[in-house]
Design a protein around this ligand. Structure first.
Ligand SMILES: Nc1nc2c(ncn2[C@@H]2O[C@H](COP(=O)(O)OP(=O)(O)OP(=O)(O)O)[C@@H](O)[C@H]2O)c(=O)[nH]1
Length: 766
């Protein structure tokens, strides 16, 4: 046949009832059924074997089903179910040619296959052609009666069956007009319908509820071919737009989208073969579920291989990608669009849920890239913030202003970056990353603030140190009644100055009141600490300082000149003055008087150590444990060393060598020496000096006595003047001394006292 160009056909189910999937798949690809969506129609034909079914289909739809060769006799041609596409009919129409019923070859099994194939045809087709001989109409033993019975019976096995068009094609019509034949046929059909056992729910359901019954009559193809062809051509027109309103097709409730046809047909056949009831709505949902899932998986796999996505993913590992969100959203949208296009005709609930699933999977796939972008964005923002903030601070911008400005600017920068990276289809929350960024920035601001505050505090502490340490030391050094008032005044002034300076500088840091007050208080404490530290430091040297002061006053006169001991000095008053002055130092350093509170330390010390010591010097006590122990140590050292230093003894021996010799030679001198010894002894006993005095003063006095030696010698000379020889001896001593060059050596000088007595004194204080 020439007009069947473009027709494909395949065996859908073979004679053994096996569904031939591969044949169907390639057939569907060939006819591009998947592109049809719901715009396709399925027509099938049933009828007795060798009743010219294939011949009719080939003429009606320009298919290429195998027809029986008229010369080979009436043997079965079509085995199983064949499928072909119509040529020249819109929309795409698929035709199923079923194995003829009543076939002689199949025997008893035929019934089973007939039922199965009839059920399959009813489930799949929009239009079912029932091929029948005209002469069978009204006949009790008509060949098509069992077939119809089968059709109606299996119809009951379909839950919620679709309304199918049953077109009875009467072959080899006689002269009896169709108008007369049709009522008889319909009566036959009704009888068969009535005879079929029905479930309770459909007991009274009319046939019209399940079927649109159409009847057409065709002349014999063999005897009246031209008429046959003409009638077929007319009939063919009715199959155009069969699925449109008023078209031949039924209600198409059970139609599955073209892309699900293969799967649906396979599943239906499987269920039928397993002799299970066929629930068409559930089947439709099942087909939709499987197909939507398959389509979603195909789209997902395609997405994972998408070059644009792979490039974005790779780029996201190394840093922010400009337009990441927009680009990725577009790729995802494309993927979903393709999915939507393919599943458009499947059950809405199913396709929507599968779409959501696909979308979730896609978002899950791209999420790590998105997070990577956010991570880069966050870390990059932190770094840029640090840089800009440091720069702003270095350029002199206030801390608070700089931190606010930079933080705002870089949070905006981050927000823009986020907006750029956000994927339309997602509703991912970026607030956590944002919060982390805020924390990072705040931490940095805090660390810089802490460093700056520490720096600022240190600078003020340093200033305070400079302003207080030296002056306080000087004030303590000159310990007097005004020392502590002056220190307090100084401390107040410097503290106020530092605190107000720091307070002013802190205003730029936006500190809370408590922190600010603490810092100021700390600075005040520091200032006090400097003074206290200095006072303690000075107190630590109290003994040396006291001794120095005592020695200074004891060994120097009111003009700070080395005191010349003539023997007439009031040692007691000098000692008292020196001691009082030393005690003043002690009383000043004995307590830290940073608060305006008066105390009796000075008075107590005076009473305890000066007045009392006048009467009971031995009761002199140092109340400060440290001072006391130091004093004791010093005293102990002195007690072991109360003799004049060795050099003094040596000097005495050298200088007094002549005198000693004179003494030894002259009995008068011996007497005078003896008297001197007695006087010294008496002096020693009378003074009954305290341990401290002995320890501190006696060695000094003995030391001084080395300088008094010439005086003593003068006194001796005066005594000697009472006789001529002693004077000579005295002169010879002086001459001898001068001759030895001792009196003229470096540190010695010759001084005359008020009484005209001449003596030598050392410029060194020992
Ligand atoms: N009397 C008559 N014979 C016809 C008509 N159309 C076809 N035939 C003949 O019937 C025989 C069977 O034709 P097929 O078209 O193969 O019949 P079939 O129903 O497809 O056969 P199976 O597929 O084997 O069931 C052929 O010899 C045809 O020439 C017709 O309209 N009237």
């Amino acid at each position: 046949m020439d007009n069947n160009v473009g027709c494909c056909s395949t065996q859908l189910i073979d004679g053994d009832g096996t569904f031939i999937v591969s044949g169907l798949e390639s057939f569907l690809k060939e006819v591009k059924l998947a592109d049809c969506g719901l715009s396709y129609c399925v027509v099938s034909i049933m009828g007795p074997q060798s009743s010219g079914k294939s011949t009719l289909l080939n003429h009606l739809f320009r298919t290429n089903f195998r027809e029986m060769d008229a010369f080979r006799g009436r043997s079965q041609t079509t085995k199983g179910i064949w499928l072909a596409n119509c040529v020249g009919i819109e929309p795409c129409t698929l035709v199923m040619d079923l194995e003829g019923t009543d076939g002689r070859e199949r025997g008893e099994d035929d019934t089973a296959f007939e039922k199965q194939s009839a059920l399959f045809a009813l489930a799949v087709s929009d239009i079912v052609l029932i091929n029948m001989w005209c002469h069978d109409i009204g006949r009790e033993q008509a060949a098509n009666k069992p077939l119809l019975k089968t059709v109606f019976q299996v119809m009951m096995r379909l839950f919620s069956p679709r309304k199918t068009t049953l077109m009875f094609v009467i072959r080899d019509k006689t002269r009896t007009p169709l108008e007369n034949l049709e009522p008889v046929l319909r009566e036959d059909i009704q009888k068969i319908w009535d005879s079929v056992p029905k479930p309770q729910a459909h007991k009274d359901t009319p046939l019209s509820e399940f079927f649109n019954v159409e009847v057409v009559a065709l002349s014999s193809y063999e005897e009246k071919e031209e008429q046959f062809k003409e009638q077929v051509a007319n009939l063919r027109r009715r199959f155009n737009n069969s699925i449109g309103p008023g078209g031949l097709a039924g209600d198409r409730r059970g139609v599955v989208p073209a892309s699900g046809f293969s799967f649906s047909a396979q599943q239906m056949w499987k269920i039928i073969k397993e002799n299970r009831d066929l629930d068409l709505p559930a089947h439709k949902v099942m087909v939709a579920t499987v197909r939507c899932e398959e389509i979603a998986n195909e789209r997902y796999n395609e997405f994972t291989q998408n070059q644009f996505w792979l490039q974005l993913e790779e780029a996201s590992q190394s840093g922010p990608v400009a337009g990441f969100g927009k680009k990725l959203s577009s790729i995802i949208a494309d993927c979903l669009y393709q999915y939507d296009s393919e599943v458009a005709y499947f059950d809405e609930g199913v396709r929507t849920s599968k779409r959501k699933h696909l979308e979730d999977k896609l978002l899950q796939l791209v999420q790590p890239a998105f997070h990577s972008i956010l991570g880069h964005l966050r870390s990059g923002t932190v770094e840029k913030f640090k840089e800009a903030f440091d720069k702003a601070l270095n350029s002199g911008e206030g801390f608070s202003a700089a931190s606010h400005r930079c933080k705002q600017a870089f949070m905006n920068h981050f927000d823009e970056g986020c907006a750029d990276a956000v994927i339309e289809q997602s509703n991912w929350d970026t607030s956590k990353v944002r919060s982390k960024l805020v924390r990072d920035i705040d931490e940095y601001i805090d660390s810089v603030r802490a460093a700056k505050l520490a720096e600022l505090t240190s600078s003020y502490e340093e200033k305070l140190n400079e302003a207080l340490a030296g002056p306080v030391e000087a004030l303590l050094d000159g310990a007097n009644d005004e020392t502590w008032p002056s220190i307090r005044k100084l401390l107040r002034r410097e503290t106020q100055s530092a605190v107000s300076g720091l307070a002013s500088d802190l205003s730029g840091f936006e500190l809370d009141g408590e922190t600010r007050d603490k810092m100021l208080a700390k600075l005040e404490t520091y200032a006090r600490g400097v003074v206290e530290g200095k006072a303690k430091e000075e107190a630590g040297k109290i003994l040396i300082r006291m001794k120095d002061r005592f020695t200074m006053l004891f060994s120097h006169d009111s003009d700070s000149m080395p005191r010349v001991w003539t023997g007439k000095e009031d040692i007691k008053s000098i000692t008292k003055l020196a001691r009082t002055s030393s005690l003043k130092l002690l009383s000043v350093l004995a307590a830290i008087r940073l608060d305006d509170e008066s105390d009796d330390i000075d008075k107590t010390l005076s009473v305890a150590l000066v007045d009392k010591s006048s009467s009971t010097d031995r009761s002199l006590k140092i109340s400060d444990p440290l001072a006391s122990s130091t004093w004791e140590k010093e005293a102990s050292r002195r007690s072991n060393n109360w003799l004049p230093p060795p050099w003094a003894i040596a000097a005495m021996l050298i200088l007094g060598f002549n005198e000693f010799m004179t003494l030894l030679r002259n009995p008068l001198y011996l007497c005078v020496l003896f008297v001197g010894f007695l006087v010294s002894k008496a002096l020693w006993v009378q003074m009954d000096i305290s341990t401290e005095f002995r320890h501190g003063i006696l060695p000094g006095m003995l030391s001084i006595s080395t300088r008094l030696l010439p005086t003593v010698m003068n006194m001796l000379r005066n005594l000697a003047e009472q006789g001529n020889r002693p004077a000579t001896a005295a002169n010879s001593f002086r001459d001898g001394a001068n001759a030895d060059g001792v009196s003229s050596t470096g540190s010695s000088s010759v001084t005359r006292n008020e009484n005209g007595a001449e003596f030598s004194s050392s410029s060194k204080e020992d």
